[in-house]
Design a protein around this ligand. Structure first.
Ligand SMILES: N[C@@H](CCC(=O)N[C@@H](CS)C(=O)NCC(=O)O)C(=O)O
Length: 203
């Protein structure tokens, strides 16, 4: 297997590296130079038609190119420790639910700000700055919502899971692009401190 990715602060490849670290899988990442637009080169597009990272290429040439799908595949190959709920039907569904909420409620406005308001992406598309800036408030509002959900909880589901990995990488990327956690998000901050202390978070 070959895993293509990019170093931090890119959040999606980091999800896979954290999952790999949690499971102790021996799989190094081959970096794709995003600044040089290597992810849009024909060789990479042939592996990942979205022109993004991460991308996993199996020994037989089949590919996976969504971070959560890659982690789900690795979880099936290396079930311990389970990151997607293992054999517990409710846990599996609950983790799916949280991952979807992270993607749709938080990652979407973070990505909207990154693409349409951040100077680093200005040369890549026509930016609609008003739309981009509107994602500041949407991101803060989503973080406050997660903060409320995390009251009295150490993880999104019942124990550390892929959902926590998705939230961690999104919150960290948001902070890097200038969308920090609102001051009053004490539950989210406590969760973030605890999850960041796991050795895998250094990935
Ligand atoms: N849904 C994808 C998102 C992947 C993604 O946005 N990757 C970023 C790096 S974190 C990327 O390749 N950006 C370059 C681009 O979209 O052109 C996943 O989770 O795998």
């Amino acid at each position: 297997m070959k895993l293509y990715g990019a170093p931090n602060p890119a959040p999606s490849p980091r999800r896979v590296r954290i999952a790999i670290a949690e499971k102790g899988i021996d799989l190094a990442e081959t970096p794709v130079d995003l600044r040089a637009r290597a992810h849009k080169a024909p060789e990479h597009l042939a592996l990942n038609p979205a022109g993004q990272v991460p991308t996993l290429v199996l020994g037989d040439g089949r590919t996976l190119s969504e971070s959560v799908a890659i982690c789900r595949y690795l979880d099936a190959l290396h079930p311990a420790p389970p990151l997607f709920g293992g054999a517990d039907a409710f846990a599996v569904a609950e983790i799916d639910q949280w991952i979807r909420r992270v993607e749709l409620m938080l990652m979407l406005p973070v990505a909207g700000f990154w693409r349409h308001a951040h100077p680093f992406t200005a040369s890549l598309l026509t930016q609609y700055k008003d739309y981009g800036e509107s994602n500041r408030a949407a991101t803060a509002s989503a973080m406050r919502w997660f903060d409320r959900q995390l009251a009295g909880r150490a993880s999104l589901g019942d124990g550390f899971s892929m959902a926590d990995i998705c939230l961690l990488t999104t919150v960290d990327f948001a902070a890097w692009i200038g969308l920090p956690m609102p001051e009053e998000c004490t539950n989210l901050r406590a969760w973030h401190t605890a999850i960041s202390a796991r050795p895998s978070a250094a990935a």
